[in-house]
Design a protein around this ligand. Sequence first.
Ligand SMILES: Nc1ncnc2c1ncn2[C@@H]1O[C@H](COP(=O)(O)OP(=O)(O)O)[C@@H](O)[C@H]1O
Ligand SMILES: [Mg+2]
Length: 383
Amino acid sequence: MEQALRVLLVEDSEDDALLVARQIRKGGYELITWRVDSASGVRAAIGDQEWDVVVADYSMPGFNGLEALEILKESGLDVPFILISGTIGEETAVQAMKAGASDYLMKDNLMRLVPAIERELREAFMRRSKRRAEAERITLIERLQQALEARDEFLLIASHELRTPLTSLKLHIQLMKRVESQALPPEAKVNRREELLANLERQLERLTLLVEKLLDVSRITAGQLSLEISECDLSDLARKAIAALREDLTKANCRVRLRADSPVVGHWDSLRLEQILVNLLENAVKYAENSAITVTVESRGPNARLIVQDRGPGIAKADQERLFRRFERASSANHVGGLGLGLFIIKKIVDAHGGTIGLESARGQGAKFTIEIPKREALRAAS
Ligand SMILES: Nc1ncnc2c1ncn2[C@@H]1O[C@H](COP(=O)(O)OP(=O)(O)O)[C@@H](O)[C@H]1O
Ligand SMILES: [Mg+2]
């Protein structure tokens, strides 16, 4: 099959255009062409479709090849441009090459036309490949830079967060040593030791949770969030999460209401969904003390919807989007500890389930997180 060649002909003479066309067909190409002979014609043709090559007559009444070349260069397109003339002088030829023409030929010697086109096509292809490789190289470097920055930030925050429980551990060990050297009745010593040990254990647990969270985030960031899908009831998960946080909620004087009357069943990763619930409730405990919290679980056609709403201080509009990114926190949260990872993890889990998360809030108006995830029953039925 013949290869198609898209040639834009800038030529006023029909006969000369036919000569060029014949030459190209003789070279074994199927020709797709337009003939134009004015500036507006050139603009329309290059705006309308892609061209492999432009072949232009040097002089036409009211227009010339160099002007056509200028229009092509202005458009930023990288299309080979071959100038043809009946009487091209050396000076004009030099001028044309300087202006960016790929080649020039004499009208009475078109033998060179097809080889010239073929050479220019090869070169244009090389230029394109080079440009693509360069663009890829730049993207790669940018991505590497971002990864390095994220790593540094991660290390900074992680070491800062880990230092707090570590300091406390050290303190408790010093206190333990002191108990040994203190002149206390044996029973008091035992009690004191037990009390300190219980504290130590709590600190260790906190440390373990922190390390686990950090590991989880680096795994998720590396794109390794794999779901373990099974059939589960979101209402039940909500009930469990509220129960697990009951003590903290009471301490923060948060009254929780669960509105989930019937089971809302779907195919999800139950541990990950519980993580969403726990993270949202933990945030309510931390940022919306003394407020009423409503957890709603509903079935909405093919989706399940989970809403966690509090009546706390809310989140300013300007902060809302960025808080779903790694390590992002609102300045109003400075008084409470946190890594700024909860909402990031939540978003990743929701994404992995093919769902969406929305936040409605304004400063002083409480925060309302709405999550919708497909139940995926249909998916299972199909497979
Ligand atoms: N219910 C809420 N009310 C007000 N602000 C919130 C609430 N939930 C989250 N935020 C804000 O979003 C930030 C990010 O939350 P999150 O990703 O869970 O990280 P962390 O709790 O560790 O700071 C918090 O620091 C806080 O500023
Ligand atoms: Mg949080």
